[in-house]
Design a protein. Structure first.
Length: 364
């Protein structure tokens, strides 16, 4: 069923064209939308008209029309006025609203199909048979994108995304929970990773313009068959979660960019604790002072290049070597050795992962 707000917008638009006031009532005589306060107190007449066999009727200076949804009476339209002109206008408006019901029902059916597709709730044979009935192409390139904002449960995010893509778009916009909006984006054959990144940036800019805050967008890999859409969705979900841990400074993240982070994310916490204990003994990397942490991060950023790291830190090469020697004595790891550097880097990421999980009370 369409919302009362959509009904309100529809009859207000039609009023400006026809110069006739309208009111839409449900079958219980309750007002759903109205363009004038003068059409009030029509509840009893609406209920009686709904029970009658007539499809239209003139009652107390107004024209009443029944609006059906697949032979089921859904609404009663009231047009203020009498005469042939008002009757014809009322018939056209009732027809328009009835078509609107059909259009929204089709969109709901597609929305329901996409949700079940994303959640792997359909058998393979059902995916293709239902897609055919709903006129959804099965062999085009698609990517699933997840949009999250600080607005959380605010349905305006969902509506904003539908506005952004437009009603004629081949993309599908839906939500399977209260926190995220999901976009199943249709891609042309020539679209590359850059085009997807560009689309995500445009979405972010649009939402910012709409007043949304804390926007994060994650997306999976491109799939070529409709049956694979759920995989792209799972990847996008992981990209959203892993991105918050290891790429918290970025608002847009792709599954393909997660690297080793997606492996660490799937490690059990007890195993992580054992690993950290083996590497650092009873210590934690968080106990290192700010100078040491800055040195480590900059050294990794420069691919273990001593000269470039010392230049960017504005320190003498020997000072950097001294710091690395000091770190080696305390941890047993020499960051100038590739294997030790990898171990240390992974350890830092594991600690970051543990801290994130602990903040969500996943640890005992």
């Amino acid at each position: 069923m369409i919302s009362n707000q959509i009904l309100q917008n529809t009859i207000e638009g039609l009023k400006t064209i026809a110069r006739v006031d309208f009111c839409v009532m449900d079958t219980d005589g309750k007002e759903a939308a109205s363009t004038s306060a003068s059409i009030t107190g029509c509840g009893p007449e609406t209920v009686e008209f709904a029970k009658s066999p007539a499809d239209s009727q003139e009652i107390r200076g107004c024209q009443y029309f029944k609006i059906y949804d697949e032979q089921q009476l859904e609404y009663v339209l009231i047009a203020a006025g009498t005469g042939e002109d008002v009757y014809m206008v009322g018939k056209m408006v009732a027809f328009q609203i009835q078509n609107l019901l059909v259009a929204y029902k089709e969109r709901f059916d597609k929305d329901n199909f996409i949700k079940n597709l994303l959640l792997d709730n359909l058998l393979l044979i059902d995916i293709y048979s239902r897609a055919k009935k709903l006129h959804i192409q099965t062999d085009v390139k698609r990517v699933v994108m997840i949009v999250e904002t600080d607005n959380g449960k605010d349905s305006n995010v969902l509506e904003a995304m539908r506005t952004f893509f437009g009603s004629n778009s081949m993309d599908f916009i839906t939500a399977v929970d209260e926190n995220n909006v999901i976009v199943v984006k249709d891609l042309s054959e020539g679209d590359s990773a850059k085009e997807i990144e560009k689309a995500a940036s445009s979405m972010e800019a649009f939402l910012e313009k709409e007043g949304m805050t804390g926007i994060r967008i994650a997306y999976g890999t491109v799939v070529k068959e409709i049956k694979e859409v759920s995989r792209s969705y799972k990847e996008a979900k992981m990209a959203m979660d892993v991105g918050k841990i290891f790429f918290d400074e970025r608002n847009i993240i792709a599954y393909s960019e997660l690297g080793i982070g997606r492996l660490i994310y799937q490690l059990p916490i007890p195993l992580c604790k054992m690993f950290i204990k083996e590497i650092f003994g009873g210590r934690s990397p968080e106990e290192f002072d700010e100078e040491t942490l800055t040195t480590i991060n900059k050294f990794f950023e420069n691919s273990l290049n001593v000269s470039e790291t010392s230049r960017q830190l504005f320190i003498h090469r020997n000072t950097l070597v001294y710091r690395l020697d000091k770190l080696q004595k305390s941890t047993g790891l020499d960051l100038r050795v590739f294997e030790d550097a990898i171990t240390f880097r992974i350890a830092l990421m594991v600690v970051k992962y543990m801290n994130y999980m602990e903040s969500f009370e996943y640890l005992d």
